[in-house]
Design a protein around this ligand. Structure first.
Ligand code: HEC
Ligand code: HEC
Length: 328
């Protein structure tokens, strides 16, 4: 009898103990998760990354920056023209936003001077995200998560200025330097025979690509007319729209060529589906389309590249793709 009583007492004690342990762990868990939520430490960069795929920055909450600048496709997309809100097509092909850090201006016509200034333009653009900036800022202020995140990072509530700053900080981290080309430049590997032939052609007198596509990111950041304006079916007049200077008619920003193997289709209007088509065009730009206006004098004569030479240049171009975006 005594033994039974003792056992019973022990049992209630155990039950009490178990209950206490359960209570303590659940309190600890609740307070921990509350704290974790409140204390996610944002930086300009991680906040910018979050905003980059934030759909509430578009009028009907259907489109984010990442819808067109898709990280899966090297921050471009696969369409000639992208789709914004209400199924609207963009007026130009979406370029990759990788390797923007050292660019002195943005867009094919160079109309934005900084990444911060640029980032507000697609939000307000009626075909892209269609949301007036004041409304975008208002939405962020009404969203507790964003309001707190901006307070944490900028010590102030969301504004157009800190919104742009955050996008800029994030985009400046999107540099790619891990390609076969970089390995070659750092003496880590040797190029294959075709890659080396392509490289020599690319920088040489015959193909002349390097005249315009030079520097670390294969752009001299100049505006050039390669013959894709004729005022007829090629109607985008490019840089002149901003400067109003006659000499800028049909000129476009020379795009960098890093990751070019991953960002088809090509050119400001996405008119070439493959690099083969691009090379066929460059081989004889003058005459590829009728009535080209103001074409660069260096492209006046055919390059006379053989099909094999064109293929070699493409093999070289593909070494510029960061390993993250090389198709496996
Ligand atoms: C609906 C598709 C679409 C959306 C959404 C979009 N973009 Fe773009 N983006 C484009 C197109 C098209 C261009 C080129 C337009 C031009 O040159 O006139 C471009 C150009 C850019 C450029 C300049 C690239 C260069 O080479 O100069 C940057 C940077 C950029 N976008 C960042 C952003 C950011 C940040 C967002 C979100 C706030 C965003 N984009 C949303 C389609 C889009
Ligand atoms: C006179 C300057 C110039 C020369 C020479 C030149 N390019 Fe270009 N390249 C440009 C410009 C400008 C564009 C953008 C034109 C447009 O979008 O309308 C461009 C676009 C491209 C594109 C498409 C980029 C994209 O993101 O859509 C590729 C690929 C390219 N060039 C490769 C080459 C190769 C290969 C050569 C040599 C055979 C070459 N370029 C020679 C100025 C030049």
């Amino acid at each position: 009898m005594k033994l039974i009583k003792k056992c019973f007492r022990n049992f209630t004690l155990m039950k009490q103990l178990l209950f206490a342990i359960l209570l303590i762990t659940s309190i600890a868990f609740i307070s921990f998760s509350f704290k974790a939520d409140k204390e996610i430490k944002y930086t300009k960069i991680t906040l910018g990354k979050k905003l980059f795929s934030e759909k509430i920055l578009s009028k009907d909450s259907s489109v984010s920056c990442a819808s067109c600048h898709n990280p899966k496709f090297a921050f471009a997309d696969t369409l000639a023209l992208s789709i914004g809100i209400n199924g609207n097509e963009t007026s130009r092909n979406t370029p990759s936003v990788l390797n923007m850090k050292n660019r002195p201006y943005f867009y094919y016509d160079g109309r934005a001077a900084t990444l911060a200034q640029q980032s507000l333009m697609p939000i307000a653009h009626k075909f892209e995200m269609g949301l007036p900036i004041a409304e975008a800022v208002d939405r962020l202020n009404k969203n507790l998560l964003y309001k707190n995140a901006f307070l944490q990072v900028y010590k102030e509530t969301p504004s157009s200025k800190n919104l742009g700053s955050s996008f800029e900080a994030y985009e400046k981290t999107l540099e790619t330097v891990n390609s076969r080309y970089d390995d070659w430049a750092n003496d880590k590997i040797k190029f294959t025979a075709a890659e080396e032939r392509g490289r020599k052609l690319f920088i040489g007198e015959k193909a002349k690509c390097f005249d315009c596509h030079f520097g670390d990111d294969f752009t001299g950041d100049q505006f050039k007319n390669i013959g894709l304006f004729n005022g007829n079916f090629l109607t985008d007049s490019g840089r002149i729209f901003i400067t109003k200077k006659e000499t800028d008619l049909g000129k476009f920003k020379v795009p960098g060529l890093r990751n070019i193997g991953a960002t088809a289709p090509y050119m400001h209007n996405g008119m070439f589906a493959t690099l083969e088509e691009v090379l066929r065009f460059y081989n004889n730009p003058k005459g590829f389309f009728p009535h080209q206006i103001n074409i660069d004098s260096s492209l006046n004569k055919p390059l006379n590249l053989t099909v094999k030479e064109q293929a070699d240049i493409i093999v070289f171009l593909k070494t510029l793709t960061d390993k993250e975006y090389v198709k496996k």
